[in-house]
Design a protein around this ligand. Structure first.
Ligand code: GDP
Length: 369
């Protein structure tokens, strides 16, 4: 019988069978000393933490564990999908621990956007969600904007506590952690992981110079985000990687916009008005008459209306209709989680309907921009 070997970095049992599972080590690396799993190797040599993910229930268990220790919780949300990437019921699980809210992907907002206005908007949204935060920082992990502020805020609020970094998948948590690792930590110190109760999952702990740790938690998977239900190949067009160039449509009542074959937006009733679409420019928008919308979709989905391609259509959940009422006198957005949002520009009110894949979050909100 073979002896089970363990990673010198994190202590996990090593295996050579499955790349996607914890403890993987390439066969050839077994010859080298010290024995170190691929995940630890990547962190040590490339400053790269790989993403592991969890479903909501397991994630909340993990948070419960955080609630019993004293720690700073750094919660990352994505400005492109703010409501879709907020972790609901976070406050219930993390006890009295302070929360620093890091709003990532700020580089996606059009260049002219006033950041004080964004912070104020975030503050109001956070209040509505009953989440108490010690501070809000806007940043772009990818473009290295606002990152100094993230570092100072973490230092300021952590005191001598550990730091837990939490976020939904795709908010840019790995990108941000990787920056923290390279800016911040003493990589000569040994990497360790801690198991949390009830699972076999290890958390990567990045040592800080005072003996405390930054702890990278798994990304939480939210099935209400369009980014989680499309095929991998459609993820790239769906997620913008350049500042948004909003498209403005002047519509009459009884007109419809298609966003590929993913989402349909009906303007049912209201005065002639303009709608501004903050979606990835790789998603084509088609305008048609409401009365033509059903047949257009049937005839052209997966062909003229893409993504998804025809071969992937079957796996897309059926579209479900969300009737929406935009009241008079308020500037509102319609957010379709993962796709982006549509700003209703008129203050005269409107009756709308959004058809989105079943389970995808569709909400109205005070407009962001
Ligand atoms: P994680 O799942 O939260 O760990 O997210 P990743 O760090 O893997 O990032 C998910 C996607 O978002 C990747 O395509 C990143 O390139 C992208 N991303 C991360 N940070 C930023 C950012 O600040 N701005 C933009 N535009 N994209 C980002």
């Amino acid at each position: 019988t073979e002896m089970i070997q363990h990673c010198a970095g994190c202590g996990i049992a090593l295996q050579t069978e499955d790349k996607s599972k914890l403890g993987f080590i390439p066969e050839a690396a077994l010859e080298k000393e010290p024995l170190i799993c691929q995940r630890c190797y990547r962190i040590k040599h490339y400053n790269e933490s790989s993403s592991i993910t969890l479903q909501q229930d397991d994630f909340l268990k993990l948070l419960g564990h955080v609630g019993q220790t004293k720690a700073l919780v750094v919660k990352i949300v994505d400005i492109f999908d703010f409501e879709g990437s907020m972790i609901s019921s976070l406050s219930r699980f993390i006890g009295n621990n302070p929360v620093l809210l890091v709003v990532n992907k700020i580089d996606l907002l059009p260049k002219v956007t006033n950041s004080n206005k964004i912070i104020n908007w975030v503050q109001r949204r956070v209040k509505e969600e009953n989440l108490k935060v010690v501070d809000i920082v806007l940043c772009s992990a990818k473009k290295n904007i606002g990152f100094d502020r993230v570092i100072t805020a973490v230092q300021e609020y952590r005191g001598n506590m550990d730091v837990y970094v939490v976020g939904a998948t795709n908010v840019g948590k790995s990108t941000l952690i990787n920056r923290l690792i390279s800016d911040y930590s003493d990589l000569d110190a040994e990497l360790t992981t801690s198991q949390y109760p009830g699972t076999t999952l290890d958390l990567v702990k990045i040592p800080l110079d005072d003996g405390k740790f930054i702890i990278d938690t798994p990304g939480i998977v939210y099935k209400h985000r369009l980014t989680e239900v499309v095929k991998k190949r459609d993820l790239t067009p769906l997620m913008p990687d350049k500042p948004l160039k909003p498209m403005v449509f002047q519509l009459n009542a009884e007109q419809t916009l298609f966003f590929g074959a993913l989402v349909r937006f009906d303007f049912i009733k209201g005065d002639h008005q303009s709608f501004t679409c903050y979606t990835s420019n790789a998603i084509q928008i088609h305008r048609t008459k409401l009365e033509r919308a059903d047949s257009l979709y049937e005839e052209h989905k997966g062909v003229m209306l893409t993504p998804p391609q025809q071969s992937d259509l079957e796996e897309l959940p059926k579209l479900v209709k969300h009737p929406l009422h935009i009241p008079k006198g308020k500037q509102m957005d319609v957010l379709i989680s993962g796709l982006g949002w549509i700003k209703v520009n008129s203050l005269a009110g409107a009756e709308l309907a959004v058809h989105a894949p079943k389970g995808i979050k569709v909400i109205t909100r005070e407009s962001l921009i």
